[in-house]
Design a protein around this ligand. Structure first.
Ligand code: GAR
Length: 208
């Protein structure tokens, strides 16, 4: 038992942790009625772990095992056990670069969300901002969605558009998308924590 009745977030990330920092700071400021219960990273020196430690939040490295694109069986078992022990209400993927399937999703049914740096269903997969630039679209953005068995294919919760500007590089475009992510993810998290997001198949509906 945690003794806390706040909505509890378990955050998984592999990178610098700017999305995590935005969510953690919005929780601390009372803009999101939730608390970060645990941060796990498959990368021992990932910025997200330092961001968590700087905020005195529990953070652990999770040895991913022998595969490059997913957790191995033992790592997945440990990951599920850590999140369950932390009594998380929602698993938040924040730049977590491994695919989670089967057993993990069954352990947290409809309770895993992700942010993706494009307007899904356009440009799923890696480096979505670069895919958008190479394709030549004039508008891209970011998407918060539930995680299902596919790649970036679960029901969409929220999206924000970002224009592609003449002269954009992959880096400049990704930077602007990340600014949008830092607005969108905490706002979506607040709606989820308040129980305002209902799922009906592929559709999500906001209730007051
Ligand atoms: C974010 O831009 C996020 O959208 C992307 O990784 C970055 C992590 O940055 N995620 C994916 O591409 C997932 N397919 P952060 O560590 O600073 O939050």
């Amino acid at each position: 038992m945690t003794g806390s009745n706040k909505f509890r977030l378990g955050v998984l990330g592999s990178g610098k942790g700017s999305n995590f920092a935005a969510i953690a700071d919005a929780c601390a400021a009372g803009q999101v009625p939730a608390e970060v219960a645990l941060v796990l990273s498959d990368v021992a020196d990932a910025g997200i772990l330092q961001q968590a430690r700087d905020r005195k939040l529990p953070a652990e490295f999770l040895a991913p095992g022998k595969f490059r694109t997913k957790l191995d069986e033992e790592a997945e078992r440990v990951c599920i056990a850590r999140l369950q022990a932390a009594e998380v209400d929602l698993v938040v993927l924040a730049g977590f670069m491994r695919i989670l399937k089967g057993d993990f999703l069954r352990a947290f049914p409809q309770r895993v969300v992700n942010i993706h740096p494009s307007l899904l269903p356009a440009f799923p997969g890696l480096e979505a901002w670069r895919q958008a630039l190479d394709y030549g679209v004039k508008v891209t953005g970011c998407t918060v969605h539930f995680v299902d068995q596919g790649i970036d294919s679960g029901a969409i919760i929220a999206q924000e558009t970002v224009p592609v500007l003449d002269g954009d590089t992959a880096e400049s475009l990704h930077g602007r998308i990340q600014l949008a992510e830092r607005r969108l993810y905490p706002a979506a998290m607040a709606a989820l924590a308040r129980g305002q997001v209902l799922v009906r198949g592929r559709q999500t509906v906001r209730v007051a």
